[in-house]
Design a protein around this ligand. Structure first.
Ligand code: C2E
Ligand code: CA
Ligand code: CA
Length: 396
């Protein structure tokens, strides 16, 4: 849907101070970028086919910083802010950050007639810049943390509510900093996901969680337990979308010797909305390896039902926000009941997250929910504690 505009020689394309809603890519002709300097119009640049102009105002939503005038008959492609933002979003985030910083520096450096608005803009720029820098620093730190093996997996038991037994665990990542401070995933997964770091980090999680499952299973076996445990492993959208992901899963499986059906890859609807066809391919590949796929945080995304119809999900997890409100808010009760009904209809096992009280268990059991997970049973704990919990469960 490319859109072109033509300009006659001398025609003004936009004026300094205009609101900037589109950028232009020159196909044909010549454009002068000029600025009012006192009484004089100073030409800053003369642009030719292939040159892009007007993009700054589109990106930072500020008024045009200069005037653009067609020197000759000109044909230019119009790029809307939406198209531009889509492209920016699809850029590698590191490049995006660098580009943004670069443009801010450029914008700040050539700003003329600093008004109060200019100063406010500068402050906004500097906080944007600081955020960009902080993000890059975090990325470097996380890369080092991975090299130095500072990440650990905690495990939270998932209880079979019918049999009242530990059915499996969910692996939850933590960053143990050299000073002993434990950093929760909410503080770093997003940055890892915005950069390619999630790929090696996610690969480590797969390998470590499978090794952890083997050790926990051995511990249960040694204590005379009969149950075959499963392990829920969180997979970020970016990681799930990586074409190499199924191969990573396959190699972690063969290295650990884990039974594939004991592995539940937990993905959220985010992983499905990005590119539904590709997600379907990835999901099929994972299921062909024998792994299960769980839909995490069910109810918080959108068009959940469409995804349920289209994707072969093996397990659903009800988001903890519904569970936590289900005893006090009728709407949440209805939603949980509804999800239980859907799971039953689809014959898909259901895990309720965020169980904090015995009343939650009673209510969920009555609704036919099979599995539960939450602080009532145990917080996520280190592997040794998870092992203790496992063999002591039911003997307390
Ligand atoms: P999640 O997958 O929804 O994981 C469940 C979160 O709920 C965990 O937070 C867990 O500690 C918390 N939780 C469990 N029971 C309760 C409860 O009864 N009450 C309350 N208030 N919270 C409960 P955590 O460990 O901080 O993890 C947060 C999120 O970080 C996870 O949400 C998941 O999206 C992400 N995450 C964790 N580990 C990994 C990982 O290895 N890879 C990726 N990609 N993401 C991970
Ligand atoms: Ca999860
Ligand atoms: Ca969840």
């Amino acid at each position: 849907m490319d859109q072109f505009r033509t300009f006659n020689p001398g025609e003004i394309i936009f004026r300094q101070g205009d609101a900037g809603d589109v950028a232009y890519l020159i196909r044909e002709g010549e454009v002068a970028i000029q600025r009012q300097d006192g009484d004089e119009e100073r030409v800053l640049a003369t642009l030719r086919p292939g040159d892009l102009f007007g993009e700054m105002a589109v990106i930072d939503e500020r008024p045009r910083s200069a005037t653009a005038r067609a020197v000759t008959y000109t044909v230019a492609m119009v790029i809307s802010a939406g198209q531009f933002n889509d492209r920016m979003e699809n850029l590698d985030p590191l490049i995006g950050n660098l580009l943004q910083m670069f443009m801010q520096r450029l914008g700040g450096g050539t700003m003329v007639n600093r008004s109060a608005a200019g100063v406010a803009n500068e402050q906004a720029e500097s906080s944007l810049r600081q955020r960009a820098i902080a993000k890059m620093q975090q990325e470097v730190e996380l890369t080092q943390a991975l090299e130095r093996q500072e990440f650990v997996l905690f495990y939270q038991p998932i209880i079979d509510l019918d049999l009242d037994e530990v059915a499996g665990f969910e692996a939850l990542i933590r960053w143990r900093r050299p000073d002993g401070r434990i950093v929760p995933p909410i503080d770093f997964i997003e940055v890892a996901e915005e950069t390619s770091l999630i790929i090696p980090l996610g690969k480590w999680v797969l390998e470590e969680a499978m090794a952890g499952l083997n050790r926990l299973q051995r511990r249960l076996d040694a204590a005379g337990g009969k149950r075959r445990l499963f392990m829920g492993i969180n997979v970020a959208a970016r990681q799930f979308g990586d074409s190499d992901f199924p191969r990573q899963v396959a190699s972690a499986l063969s290295e650990s010797g884990c039974e594939p059906k004991r592995i539940k890859l937990e993905i959220t609807e985010n992983a499905l909305v990005r590119d539904a066809d590709q997600a379907a391919t990835q999901m099929t590949a994972c299921r062909e390896l024998g792994c299960q796929v769980a839909l995490d945080d069910f109810g918080t995304g959108y068009s959940s039902f469409g995804y349920l119809a289209r994707f072969p999900i093996d397990t659903m997890k009800i988001d903890r926000s519904f569970v936590q409100d289900m005893l006090t808010q009728r709407r949440s009760t209805a939603i949980v009941r509804g999800i239980c009904g859907i799971a039953k209809g689809l014959e898909v096992p259901l895990v309720a997250e965020g169980i904090e009280t015995p009343d939650h268990v009673t209510a969920l059991r009555a609704m036919g929910c099979e599995y539960g997970q939450g602080f009532l049973f145990s917080r996520p704990v280190g592997e040794a504690d998870a092992g203790e919990y496992l063999i002591n469960y039911g003997h307390k």
